[in-house]
Design a protein around this ligand. Structure first.
Ligand SMILES: Cc1cc2nc3c(=O)[nH]c(=O)nc-3n(C[C@H](O)[C@H](O)[C@H](O)COP(=O)(O)OP(=O)(O)OC[C@H]3O[C@@H](n4cnc5c(N)ncnc54)[C@H](O)[C@@H]3O)c2cc1C
Ligand code: SF4
Length: 429
């Protein structure tokens, strides 16, 4: 049987491994280790925070190795996962179909979304357990005509205990993440090698013979008939660059900023994260207790249960790139205008709760939805493969997205990864 290598085990990689196993002997190389949730008690980190020792958000990886961060020149903290399941064990579990741009290119993902809808538990049943503060926020959004919608979640609502730790790793197993697909691929015979970073592709511009994989101090050549790159919106362009294939300076990241205030007894830190959202002009607004800001931003002084926080997540201009270990991601004037408008709206919502603008404080500007550096176009829509790639190399992650979604992308990434894998298997198996 022919050999396929999948690079990365996140939303795209786990989906690709499952789709390809059987038609190929699949090996997944994952740079991180097996994912483990953050330890149950946050007391230790509270003490470090009070002692003023958590000054830099980039320290998060020391306490929680699967969560990696980098800081841009503008001070934005970029977040991604490095472990089995990629970033997906650290998501809020939001499940949205967002393929309008892909559909506009003629890419039909209806069958893939229908299949995922049968395989992944998706529901907004968490709504029945919302806390008083969440219900009041929902009514406030509604009263302001913001058309809030309960967020569909990839989760088994019956197992969810509303602990609010979704991005720290679900302790009950309620939240679905890509490790489920990875486990299924393993059961069918796929091999998953952790702690193995793919260094570069080996071969000519037309076709590769395999890749170089680094594990500890050892480097070795691994032959492959097909290579699927699913190392994420930062990892895939970096790997292509190391292999002599330049991507485009069109990186987007969906920046996030929280506007917060003291609201005694809100208990947002013990609520499913992002329980609902309002989709507005180029951004979404959603209740979200931001652990990153709580631990690493000195303005977040109140006890976690006494903070109300609204997350702004916006669609940014595709500009910036990944070169070696350096990520460049400037925000444009239009991005900053969009963010300023969103902040004003968040302040208005809080004002409806009786919280004056002067009493609000912001969190750390951060972002975790990278993509866009090898975008699909009308020319590549039929093959789902950019002409710059060797014929037996495919990209399957958000690197392919034509533009920023300003919204949770993983369900759409999985649908696209499944379609890419099927096309690749049809040609190379
Ligand atoms: C805090 C946070 C919350 C989020 N919440 C949501 C949400 O609720 N809903 C949603 O849809 N999206 C959410 N996202 C975004 C979502 O997690 C990502 O968009 C999605 O996981 C991307 O999938 P991917 O497969 O492209 O990359 P990833 O899931 O990031 O996986 C890439 C994998 O590739 C590995 N890798 C990288 N380079 C190499 C290499 N050279 N060799 C081997 N392995 C490599 C990495 O270690 C990683 O495991 C969130 C993101 C963050 C940061
Ligand atoms: S709120 Fe807690 S139990 Fe529910 S999905 Fe999130 S982490 Fe899991």
């Amino acid at each position: 049987m022919k050999r396929a290598v999948v690079v990365g085990s996140g939303a795209a990689g786990a989906t690709a491994a499952l789709a390809l196993q059987g038609a190929f002997e699949v090996t997944v190389f994952e740079a991180g280790r097996e994912f483990r949730p953050l330890a149950p008690s946050l007391g230790f980190f509270e003490k470090l925070k009070r002692a003023g020792l958590l000054a830099d958000a980039r320290l998060v990886g020391l306490a929680f190795p699967p969560m990696r961060t980098a800081r841009t020149k503008d001070g934005m903290i970029l977040v991604w996962g490095r472990a089995t399941g990629g970033t997906t064990p650290m998501t809020a579990g939001n499940a949205l179909r967002l393929d309008r741009d892909l559909r506009a290119l003629g890419i039909d993902l209806d069958p893939e979304f229908a299949e995922l809808g049968r395989e992944v538990p998706i529901s907004d049943a968490h709504r029945a357990r919302w806390r008083e503060s969440t219900r009041r926020l929902y009514e406030t959004f509604d009263g302001m005509g913001l058309a809030p919608r309960a967020m569909p979640k990839m989760a088994d609502a019956a197992k969810c205990v509303s602990c609010g730790r979704c991005i720290l790793g679900c302790p009950t197993g309620a939240k679905w993440d890509a490790r489920k697909f990875l486990a299924e691929a393993r059961t069918r015979g796929a091999k998953v090698v952790t702690g193995a970073k793919v260094d570069r592709l080996v071969g000519g511009p037309d076709r590769v013979s395999g890749l170089v994989v680094r594990r500890g101090l050892r480097r070795r050549f691994v032959p492959a008939d097909l290579v699927v790159l699913a190392a994420g919106g930062f990892g895939t362009p970096a790997l292509l660059e190391r292999s002599g294939i330049a991507c485009e300076s069109r990186l987007f990241v969906d920046p996030v900023l929280c506007v917060a205030a003291l609201w005694p007894g809100a208990l947002q830190n013990r609520e499913v994260q992002m329980p609902f959202a309002a989709a507005l002009d180029g951004f979404i607004l959603s209740p979200y207790f931001d652990f990153l800001s709580y631990f690493f931003d000195r303005r977040w002084k109140a006890a976690p249960g006494d903070v109300v926080s609204l997350m702004i997540k916006f669609a940014d201009t595709g500009s910036g790139d990944v070169r070696g270990a350096r990520i460049r991601k400037p925000l444009s004037a239009a991005d900053r205008d969009r963010l300023a408008g969103a902040v004003r709206l968040a302040e208005k919502v809080l004002a409806r709760l009786g919280i004056a603008k002067e009493r609000t404080f912001q969190g750390l500007l951060n972002a975790g939805h990278p993509g866009g550096m090898l975008p699909l176009t009308a020319a590549s829509a039929a093959t789902l493969q950019d002409a710059r790639l060797p014929a037996n190399v495919y990209v399957a992650d958000a690197t392919l997205f034509p533009s920023s979604l300003g919204n949770p992308p993983s369900l759409t990434i999985m649908a696209l990864a499944r379609k890419v894998s099927r096309l690749a298997a049809g040609r190379w198996a």
